[in-house]
Write a protein that binds this ligand. Structure first.
Ligand code: ZN
Length: 215
């Protein structure tokens, strides 16, 4: 069986891009990457809007990272920039929830990030807006508010690696499949969440999605 025949039994992958906005790279004192920084969360991390998010028990510094998320609509490997946009069938906003204290410890030891980023409920996700090519994916403005205060504002045109470039880079390594999602990185302003907080992510183009954090 070749890889194209083995498409029926799989759960979608949640690809995530780190360090994709200069402002966020600077606030974490990281280096500007030469290639996209990629990690994966299991689909079991996804949380639809309105569901309570329980504060994880294995860290203290839970932080919000608002991100534009795209969904793949068809299978493709080694796609070109010209083909990339035809791979997309939906766009929304999501949160790449991160235990920053755990991540800092792992980074210092050179260890993988799953404990800090791929725990249960670490990927709240909005409802997908169908994508038909008419939405300008470089002009999406979005923000994150906690208890009514704006914490993050971004525009997709500020990405270091644009959405088409991310599809080229990911599809060079993985056969992308319908249902796969890509969290495209967060702008500056990441910050802590506490039990009792209400977090809202919003975009005029994509919608308004909210979650409550509980103890
Ligand atoms: Zn992120």
């Amino acid at each position: 069986m070749n890889q194209h025949e083995n498409q029926s039994a799989f759960s979608p992958r949640v690809f995530c891009i780190g360090r994709n906005y200069v402002g966020h790279v600077s606030e974490l004192k990281s280096a500007i990457p030469e290639k996209p920084v990629v990690f994966i969360k299991p689909a079991s991390c996804l949380v639809p809007p309105g569901r309570a998010i329980r504060f994880p028990g294995h860290g203290q510094d839970l932080q919000h990272e608002v991100e534009v998320v795209i969904r793949i609509g068809k299978a493709g490997k080694a796609m070109s920039c010209e083909e990339a946009f035809s791979m997309i069938d939906g766009v929304t906003l999501g949160l790449d929830l991160t235990l920053r204290d755990v991540q800092t410890g792992l980074k210092q030891k050179g260890l993988p990030w799953e404990m800090a980023k791929a725990f249960d409920q670490s990927a709240p996700i909005g409802e997908f807006l169908p994508y038909n090519g008419s939405l300008d994916l470089t002009g999406i403005q979005f923000c994150c508010m906690v208890n009514g205060s704006v914490r993050q504002r971004g525009i997709t045109g500020d990405m270091i690696f644009s959405i088409d470039k991310l599809i080229v880079e990911l599809s060079a390594v993985w056969l992308l499949r319908p249902g796969d999602m890509i969290y495209t990185g967060t702008p500056s302003g990441v910050g802590p969440l506490r039990a009792g907080d209400r977090i809202v992510i919003e975009s005029d183009q994509l919608g308004y999605f909210a979650w409550n954090v509980i103890a």
